[in-house]
Design a protein around this ligand. Structure first.
Ligand code: AMP
Ligand code: MG
Length: 282
């Protein structure tokens, strides 16, 4: 059974109906053992992705404060080679970024073929925080869903696989995590007084997420709702969704590598023949 809920569009999404704890029958030790295998396989897949150089992969991480975007990056991509992996965090837009359309800063960071890029927040902030805090008029953020659909279509048409994850935590879990940060010097740096203010807009954020997920989930750029109240379960669900989505491309990547290898061998043989020919004449 898949642990993340894959959404490809059409229907309304009711996050309230999805348990942030996930499947309670799965034992933690079993989940962690499975996660170890998946993280390792993801590392192998990433190496092939890089070597083949024929597709890019874009992973989008979204979720409310404390939902575990940073922890997901640390754990799920632990076996990926940093040389072929890029993490990009999107913060409040700079004045220069604000001078452009909302996708300008995003498009520049999209992966080239061969790369695995992870977005920690993304263009979705422009239909989430921008909507909840009315940073732009309603007509502006409403028009953005279509822009996002077109943008992700463009990426997909240019060999980029797009996978989007919503880390789904409960209101109570967020409160616990915020309080825990206050009591741990090593976590307090992550605290922001704004987080407590943001919490007051919880329901409006959930509504904005439900719309973003329902409107922008497609077959070529699906959303995954990840039960994220338990960190080990969240890691397992994300790793599993990634591996199961990317694994079917492995044979094609291997084939591309084989072709390149054969072409290179043929070139080496022909160079050798020429050298030998020159030696015989000399
Ligand atoms: P953090 O992820 O804790 O480092 O915080 C980044 C902050 O940047 C969050 O409060 C986001 O809501 C904010 N942010 C990211 N993208 C945008 C955007 N396009 N417009 C406004 N705020 C944004
Ligand atoms: Mg924050």
């Amino acid at each position: 059974m898949a642990h993340a809920i894959r959404i490809t569009g059409g229907n309304k999404v009711d996050l309230g109906a999805i348990d942030p704890k996930g499947d309670k029958k799965l034992a933690r030790s079993d989940g962690e053992a499975r996660f170890d295998e998946l993280a390792e396989e993801l590392g192998e897949i990433q190496e092939l992705l890089y070597a083949a150089g024929s597709s890019g992969v874009l992973v989008v991480l979204q979720g409310l404060d404390t939902s575990g975007k940073d922890g997901t990056i640390r754990h799920v991509f632990r076996d990926a080679n940093p040389q072929g992996t890029r993490i990009v965090s999107f913060k409040v837009p700079t004045p220069q970024e604000r001078g452009h359309d909302f996708l300008w800063r995003i498009h520049q960071q999209a992966p080239e073929r061969g790369m695995l890029t992870v977005f920690n927040r993304s263009h979705y902030e422009d239909v989430l925080v921008a909507r909840v805090h009315e940073l732009v008029p309603e007509a502006t953020w409403r028009a953005r869903y279509d822009h996002i659909l077109n943008f992700e279509r463009l990426l997909a048409d240019n060999d980029t696989m797009v996978l989007k994850f919503y880390l789904h935590i409960s209101n109570a879990e967020q409160e616990e995590r915020l309080l825990a940060r206050e009591h741990d010097v090593e976590k307090a740096w992550k605290l922001s007084s704004a987080d407590w203010v943001e919490r007051r807009s919880w329901d409006r954020y959930i509504e904005a997420f439900e719309d973003a997920i329902a409107r922008c989930a497609t077959d070529h750029a699906p959303w995954f709702v990840v039960p994220a109240d338990r960190k080990w379960y969240r890691n397992l669900a994300v790793a599993e969704a990634l591996v199961e989505t990317l694994r079917p491309s492995v044979p094609a990547w291997l084939e591309a590598l084989r072709h390149r290898g054969e072409a290179e061998l043929a070139a080496i043989r022909s160079t050798r023949r020429e050298t030998q020919g020159a030696g015989n004449r000399g």
